[in-house]
Design a protein around this ligand. Sequence first.
Ligand code: NIG
Ligand code: FE
Length: 409
Amino acid sequence: MSTLLVKNIGVLATAEGSEPLRSAAQHDGIKRRENAAIVINGDTIQGVYENDSAPICDEVIDAEGRLVTAGLVDAHTHLIFGGWRQHEVPLKLRGAGYLEILQAGGGILNTLKATRAASEDELYDRAEKVLSEMLAHGITTVEAKSGYGLDIDNELKQLRVIKRLKEEGGFDVVPTFMAAHAVPPEFAGDPDGYIEFICTQILPKVADDELCEFVDVFCETGVFDVEQSRKMLQFAQIYGFKTKIHADEIDAIGGSVLAGEMGATSAEHLIAINKEGIDSMARGGTIACLLPGTSLYLGKDFAPARSMIEAGVPVAICTDFNPGSCPSCNLQFCMNLGYLKYRMTPEEVLSAVTINAACAVGMGKSIGTVEAGKQADIVIWDAPDIDYLVYRFGSNLASKVIRKGKIVE
Ligand code: NIG
Ligand code: FE
């Protein structure tokens, strides 16, 4: 196995271990080590050394005194879709609400048409481009949801694309089945019937073909209520899948409370979360996947990240990349927003996009920190420290990205 040395690291900033960081540990758990060097053996980190005492390796990268962190993890994207929705922006700017656009057949239902019309290869090529862009920005693992097919063939088509991105494309993509993203035209006015259809007709096929690791549901006014969401996630658990919930994005109808009660791995958005929801998530150990790019793009409030951290909810920050509410896959920009709008410290932001996000995709044991035995996903930044990383915005500060021990060209 060939070895790679990353030497002359100015600051190595990383958490330790495989569990999500919560409360004060979300800040204190990030340790800074100066003048370090990392040795990589094949696709695995062999060890972290003092710069002067690192062993000789086959290949050497000089970090030239820069900041080094673990590869970033984007734990929430709607990566697989056809078309774009730029024509909705003027409607939004004239005051039409997100749910209003959806109920008028726009929004998710608009992307549904374009996704159904797209071939598997078209969807693959589009997603591959996005993943390559993300990788160049230091994002080495990406969660990807279905949810724009909303029938058997097209949901399976989306999930097969994700599987191919992993197997053929070599990307680290974590698949989430989200047929419960909206009620399709075939079930208009009958969300109960559609949930029943997903649970009895689509989910068993997804399970047979081993096409997902997580199941997600959009629990929101006018989409799926708490009981429908509970049923969706109960079925998911029966099939052995881990769960996620889009909760309290617009109204706090009980999605975050349900997330904690069901022991969901994560709950997403949480802009409108209340104390009951926060307490339930803290009790259930549910990670908050916060999506500041979406708050910005929808002109909404920013989720109360500080209250969640204080209550012991581990916080992750993700893009929510999708053609409607966040047409950007730039997690670095979301880190800036986490710093400025959530008022999280640079250390809290870093844990939010590394170890906590890794745990939100069920991969805390293998990625999310720079430690011996973990997968060698590492970013050398054009930055001296993490305060600079969250301060500069709009430029790609990833200088060199190493994924599974290989330098990304
Ligand atoms: O997480 N909130 C629901 N789903 C997506 C939006 C998807 C879309 O608008 O296409 C989200 O923001
Ligand atoms: Fe989303």
